[in-house]
Design a protein around this ligand. Structure first.
Ligand SMILES: Nc1nc2c(ncn2[C@@H]2O[C@H](COP(=O)(O)OP(=O)(O)O)[C@@H](O)[C@H]2O)c(=O)[nH]1
Ligand SMILES: [Mg+2]
Length: 201
């Protein structure tokens, strides 16, 4: 059955002191600019809450979206790393914000979004190395799967992905794979809080 979350509020942090106090489980959404982070968050929410744009690298804030499923949790939009077109200053401020975010240690899971057409690019390999140093595990979510014929999905997925952990193939355009991901995240939040991962009857 399709799972629904109620969306409660958004918090935007440009500066360290604007980060919400730790307490709720947080699931981060990471990946290159334009990979489809905002679009996936909107699709998971079932409504338009995160701004999606065709111009990459516009966002300079960390955006927290609070949901309530079985439990309350945040999806956290950590916008594109590796901006090429920003000044040193902006980059420094940005790094400070990310470091402050990570120091809170509230993330229980990181979603690494990767364009299904391209697989892991150079920036993604660097991100993987960085993510591997963090406490919380990472799950890869392939995006824009609607751009690839369904008959090729399985082969393509196994050509990119050799790991044991789950990987999701999704499209924010058609909604493919999104409900599976929603269920996975719901169970993940539940287990992180000591539940058994099953929905209550
Ligand atoms: N065809 C297709 N386009 C997508 C999908 N997800 C995002 N896009 C497009 O890719 C562009 C960047 O998306 P956005 O969500 O803003 O990426 P972000 O920079 O990672 O937040 C936008 O033009 C979206 O409409 C998808 O699943 N399929
Ligand atoms: Mg975005």
């Amino acid at each position: 059955m399709p799972l629904q979350w109620s969306y409660e509020e958004a918090i935007t942090a440009f500066l360290e002191n604007q980060l919400p106090p730790p307490g709720l489980p947080e699931i981060t959404v990471l990946g290159r600019s334009n990979v489809g982070k905002s679009s996936l968050i909107n699709k998971l929410a079932g409504r338009s809450i995160a701004r999606s744009s065709a111009t990459p690298g516009k966002t300079r804030s960390i955006n927290f979206f609070r949901f309530r499923g079985k439990h309350a949790f945040y999806l956290v939009d950590l916008p594109g790393y590796g901006y090429s077109a920003v000044s040193q200053d902006t980059r420094r401020t940005w790094k400070r914000l990310i470091d402050a975010y990570m120091a809170r240690k509230s993330a229980i899971l990181h979603l690494h979004l990767v364009d299904f057409r391209h697989g892991y690019l150079k920036g993604d390999e660097a991100l993987k190395v960085w993510l591997a140093c963090l406490d919380a595990p990472t799950v890869t979510v392939f995006t824009k799967a609607d751009k690839i014929a369904r008959g090729r999905w399985k082969t393509l997925l196994s050509s990119y992905f050799k790991g044991q952990e789950p990987a999701f193939v999704t499209s924010a355009e058609t909604g493919a794979g999104v409900d599976d991901l929603r269920h996975f995240l719901e169970d993940y939040v539940d287990r992180s809080l000591g539940g058994d991962g099953h929905e209550e009857e």
